[in-house]
Each structure stands twice: as C-alpha cells, then as structure tokens.
Ligand binder design. Structure first.
Ligand code: PGA
Length: 242
C-alpha cells in the first residue's frame, strides 16, 4: 500500500490525474473504474485540461462506474450517468458506447447487475479502479455490514448515506433509498486501485479503513488486502469556491 499526503485539494487532484493519465498513455485501451462524488471532480477537471491541450487521448478507453441510484434515469441531474457525462465524458473524446454506468431504470435490476458484471469481464476486467470513501467507510454503495463476496448488486442505502447525499437533492425524501453497485468482490478484482480522500472529516474513517481490523463494518478496510493500492489524501477540504 502506498499512501501520499497532500496539503491541498488541488494537489491531490493533480496527483490523481497524473496516475490516471499515465495509465491511459501507457495502455491506450485501458479499462477504468470510476467514482462519482465531490472528491474526484478536481481530478476529472485536470484530465479534461490535459485532453484539451492534446496530451491525452480517450478514444480507446473503456469505463465502468461504481454505481447508480435505482429509479433515476440518466437525464436526472442527480443520476450518476448525468454526473459523469457532465464532469468528464462530454468534455473528452471518449466513445459514449464505451462508458458504462448501471442502468437505474432497468426493468429487472437484478438482471442488469448480472449484465454489468458480465460486461466488465468481457472488457477484460478493470485495470485501474478509482475510488472515494464515504463518511461511514462505504465504497461505491457497499454500506457497512455488506458481505464481501458480493458482485454487482442491488442494495439499500443507509440512513447516513441518504443524509450525506441529501445535500444534492431538493429534500431528503427525494434521495433514492436503493442503488445498483459494484460489489466489493468486483472492486477487489481490479488490477490497481487508487483511493482518493479529501478533508479532515474523512481522516478518522480512513485511519480505521487502512489501519484498523478488516471488517465488513468498515467496507473500505478490505482494501488493505489489495496487492496494488495507492491512497492519495488531501488534508484540506474541497474549497467552497471550487
Ligand atoms: P464524496 O463521496 O466524494 O462526495 O465525499 C464519497 C462517497 O460517498 O463514496
């Protein structure tokens, strides 16, 4: 495990973008696993900037996002498909058909999860999985107490996640209570993992995840067992004017 501490959100974001862009440059047909959330936005902006300068080519890149709210269509502003299109995909030359986000409106969500898992396998598996961590130690929507053996699945969000994510919805009642998420098993199968953490309020849970017991109560603690884990931490919160 490699842990890098940075003093600013901007520095964390640039280092993260460096690792992602190196992966793309060395392996143009790379398969990336990507997160939503506020933490990776700076890294995505940096990647867009380098693409616009002509330093990055996404034309052969394939992506799989970690999760999606059950019931939200990709045109819903809080859906993760919408987030990814807006924060990254619409600004680079990635082929939309090569970007995957679980379909939150699938008629049969369980079958959608199986198809998603199958699509990851058919793409050759994930080369570099980028992650954030929730305040409760969740990864994707793998909430505390979730079995580590799960692959992509339909899950219930905990009260603390609904509370944390309600800041982005008009009211707490509008936050979906279920989601489709890659399971911890899916995530652990990635060849490399890059965990991004920003802000003082995440340091205690990060410490528990990296140095505490490996337990489903802190889903991210399983990452200790991954053979190629890099963690980049910013002790600074994301600036309000970012
Ligand atoms: P955040 O979310 O980046 O908005 O803090 C991380 C998460 O909940 O996984």
């Amino acid at each position: 495990m490699k842990i890098m501490y940075t003093d600013t959100y901007a520095n964390m974001s640039r280092r993260a973008a460096n690792i992602i862009s190196a992966q793309i440059i060395l392996h143009p047909k790379t398969v990336l696993g990507l997160p939503t959330g506020t933490t990776p936005i700076g890294a995505y902006r940096q990647l867009i900037e380098w693409y616009k300068k002509g330093d990055l080519d996404f034309s052969q890149v394939t992506t799989f996002n970690l999760d999606e709210y059950l019931g939200l269509d990709g045109s819903h502003p809080q859906s993760y498909r919408y987030f990814m299109d807006n924060q990254l995909f619409d600004h680079v030359n990635i082929r939309k058909g090569n970007t995957h986000v679980p379909d939150g409106t699938a008629a049969d969500p369980e079958a959608e999860c199986e198809l998603y898992e199958q699509a990851i396998k058919e793409a050759g598996g994930i080369d570099l999985q980028v992650l954030g961590i929730g305040n409760n130690g969740h990864i994707g929507f793998n909430e505390p107490g979730t079995a580590y053996e799960k692959t992509t699945n339909v899950t219930e969000l905990t009260e603390s996640t609904i509370e944390a994510n309600s800041r982005l919805f008009a009211s707490k009642e509008e936050v979906p209570t279920k989601a489709l998420t890659m399971g911890m098993k899916t995530i652990m199968h990635a060849r490399r993992i890059l965990l991004l953490v920003s802000g003082q309020h995440k340091l205690d849970i990060l410490n528990a995840a990296l140095h505490g017991p490996i337990t489903p109560e802190v889903p991210a603690s399983l990452l200790q067992l991954h053979p190629d884990l890099t963690v980049i931490v910013s002790t600074e919160d994301i600036p309000a004017d970012f």
